[in-house]
Design a protein around this ligand. Structure first.
Ligand SMILES: *Cc1c(COP(=O)(O)O)cnc(C)c1O
Length: 398
């Protein structure tokens, strides 16, 4: 992980980000400002407020208060070159609003085949109903994306590494092909966060976070964000306001609180996940480990070229056995919870079947797959837990 143009490194940046004195009045943590109605001194003042741009000015609760502005401003400052950020009540709301800000009926969307499943559902559902067609593309397509860009192609959606299978995309090559044809790029950057992959600096037009994951970091808030590159914020803000998107100030405050520790948390997630992934790859029960920072992961070379580190989510494939043996492994684990989402302080394990969520790419995984989120527990304890789980798998797989 590295510093920004000011020379400050990521730990310093997440501590300072968004804490403008006019929003904190000296309080260390930007406080919760709850509001619907904002009161004016006079009719003249009310009319004047309605006639001006209300960005970062109290107007009405739906336009936010300093609590939401502070977190949005913090996320903008973590993306060198970004113009602005809008917050959403979930990561999925961030994805849908960004796509609706860019796409119109008759347009075509190119969507990476390894996208998060609800993103696929949006493309196959609401977008399709609006007359927006989607073409899925291979996550490893790289500069070859140019061949798929047609007259109607308006946007390319990327997610790197991909959900469940962790393919690392050639973001610079795809961005260059998109730019050459005037096509907008959107990236789901939830796995890396701006600390490990500064997307706007790499030329992406809109970078999206499920802040529910590493920004919040404590598995207790739903939150999303879209950060816009130069000249891109007005369209995003207009669509967001027209759709009535507003995030609760309490949730934004918890997001800001989580952000302060994100750099140290990510460092721990990275080191612990790598230790556990390297332990798993040596185990006879494990056929393969899918972790962008390890050889064998599709796009590993691109990871080494483009990323400033890795986070705590990866997957592995078992060397055979059936669904029951995989369930025995997961059910035996004590320290790994069984549940969706990730990015919190606690470890999680779930069975995954990625082939069910692919349209144009096939997978040749040899056995059942498990996804792990490595939390902040001691990695030695987690390894001991996994050792017990693998023993249960052996007993059941035979
Ligand atoms: C969880 C997740 C989302 C959606 O975020 P929510 O806050 O759960 O709506 C989007 N993209 C990725 C990659 C995710 O893992």
């Amino acid at each position: 992980m590295s510093g920004d143009a000011t020379g400050k490194r990521e730990g310093t940046r997440v501590v300072q980000a968004g804490r403008r004195p006019e929003w904190t009045a000296g309080i260390v943590n930007p406080p919760v400002w709850r509001a619907s109605t904002i009161l004016y001194d006079s009719v003249a003042h009310l009319r004047e407020a309605g006639g001006r741009d209300t960005h970062h000015r109290l107007f009405y609760g739906r336009r936010g208060t300093p609590t939401q502005w502070s977190l949005a401003d913090a996320l903008t400052s973590l993306e060198p070159g970004a113009e602005g950020t809008f917050l959403y009540p979930s990561g999925v709301a961030a994805i849908s609003t960004a796509l609706l800000a860019v796409l119109s009926p008759g347009d075509e969307l190119l969507l990476v085949d390894s996208a998060y499943d609800p993103t696929r559902n949006l493309a196959n559902g609401l977008l399709k109903r609006m007359g927006i067609t989607t073409r899925f593309y291979d996550p490893m397509i790289g500069a070859g994306i140019a061949d798929l860009i047609g007259e109607r192609t308006r946007a390319i959606f990327l997610e790197s590494p991909g959900s469940l299978t962790f393919e690392v995309q050639d973001v610079p090559a795809i961005v260059a092909a998109a730019r050459a044809r005037g096509v907008t790029t959107l990236l789901d950057n939830t796995w890396a966060t701006p600390l490990l992959f500064p997307a706007i600096e790499r030329g992406v037009d809109y970078t999206i976070l499920a802040c529910t994951k590493y920004i919040v970091g404590h598995s207790d808030v739903m939150l999303g964000s879209v950060t816009a590159g130069p000249g891109r914020f007005a369209a995003l803000r207009d669509a967001s306001l027209q759709l009535g998107q507003v995030t609760s100030p309490d949730d934004a405050w918890l997001g800001s609180r989580g952000l302060r520790t994100m750099a140290v948390r990510l460092r721990h997630h990275e080191a612990a996940a790598l230790r556990i992934a390297r332990w798993l790859v040596e185990r006879p029960e494990v056929a393969a480990v899918l972790h962008p920072a390890m050889p064998g992961c599709p796009g590993h070379d691109l990871f080494l070229r483009d990323f400033q580190g890795s986070s705590g989510l990866f997957a592995f494939t078992l060397a055979g056995g059936d669904d029951a043996a995989r369930a025995a492994l997961i059910d035996t684990l004590d320290l790994f919870g069984i549940g969706y989402s990730w990015g919190g302080y606690e470890s999680l394990a779930i069975p995954i079947d990625p082939q069910r969520h692919r349209s144009v790419t096939t997978r040749d995984d040899v056995g059942p797959m498990v996804r792990l989120q490595i939390g902040l527990e001691d990695p030695d304890d987690l390894i001991a837990d996994l050792e017990r789980g693998l023993a249960a798998w052996r007993a059941t797989a035979g």
